[in-house]
Design a protein around this ligand. Structure first.
Ligand SMILES: NC(=O)c1ccc[n+]([C@@H]2O[C@H](COP(=O)([O-])OP(=O)(O)OC[C@H]3O[C@@H](n4cnc5c(N)ncnc54)[C@H](OP(=O)(O)O)[C@@H]3O)[C@@H](O)[C@H]2O)c1
Length: 208
């Protein structure tokens, strides 16, 4: 699958490397595609990954992966063209330390969908740290990756992309449940930092 990633930092770079190593074609979209950090990521990802502008990534991808800081999301999406009909995987989390987001009545995932209504948004890859995206195995257990969205085909592709890099995907329902996933991300951060458990922690859904 051709995957265009908006952002090439911890999350975008890690997911891009992981998918490229699994045989997907990846374009990491960046403000500076020639930056040394990005070039180092590309050499580690093997031959299936390249870098380009943010618009290059949109034009390249059948699936677009949103991995920008929350504060840059609305403006950046507004500057991009040709998003119509694409699947958009929203990996972002609102900035919960800002009052405006802490008390915002609408989830980040739903706001993203209103900013790019012509895309099929799936909230995914926001509930765990990037280190767990690089390695979602804890012993014999694969981490759970919750996802939420309204388009069944887009969700199936999102789930497959999670499986491809070692997660166990779990359908969390419609995009209106994005806020639950964003709260889970907040909890992960509180446990990692507030409770000092560190970043090597992750959520696993058990079922019987
Ligand atoms: N870190 C995690 O473990 C984690 C886990 C789950 C979800 N998330 C969410 O994922 C998103 C990205 O987090 P991250 O840790 O990957 O951040 P990061 O390492 O700082 O990477 C952010 C990327 O966005 C680019 N960027 C920053 N401002 C931009 C702008 N105004 N316009 C265009 N590109 C811009 C940066 O490019 P430059 O290199 O040019 O600055 C960089 O490639 C956030 O929404 C975060 O909440 C993070």
């Amino acid at each position: 699958m051709k995957i265009g990633i908006l952002g090439s930092g911890n999350v975008g770079g890690t997911l891009g490397q992981a998918w490229a190593k699994q045989g997907h074609e990846v374009c990491l979209g960046a403000r500076d595609p020639q930056s040394p950090d990005l070039q180092a990521r590309l050499s580690d990802a093997g031959g299936n990954a390249k870098a380009g502008s943010l618009q290059n990534a949109v034009d390249f991808g059948e699936v677009i992966v949103l991995t920008l800081p929350w504060g840059a999301v609305e403006e950046t999406l507004g500057m991009l063209s040709h998003l119509e009909g694409k699947i958009l995987l929203d990996c972002t989390n609102p900035n919960f330390s800002a009052d405006a987001d802490q008390h915002h009545p609408v989830s980040g995932g739903e706001r993203v969908a209103t900013w790019v209504p012509q895309t099929k948004v799936v909230k995914i890859f926001n509930t765990t740290g990037w280190e767990n995206m690089a390695n979602p195995q804890y012993g014999s257990q694969s981490l759970t990756m919750f996802y939420a969205g309204d388009d069944a085909d887009a969700k199936a592709i999102a789930a497959q992309l999670a499986t491809d890099i070692g997660f166990e995907p779990v359908d969390a329902g419609s995009l209106t449940n994005s806020g639950l996933l964003e709260s889970l991300a907040q909890l992960w951060g509180k446990l990692a930092y507030g409770q000092k458990l560190g970043r090597n922690i992750a959520f696993k859904l058990l079922q019987r």
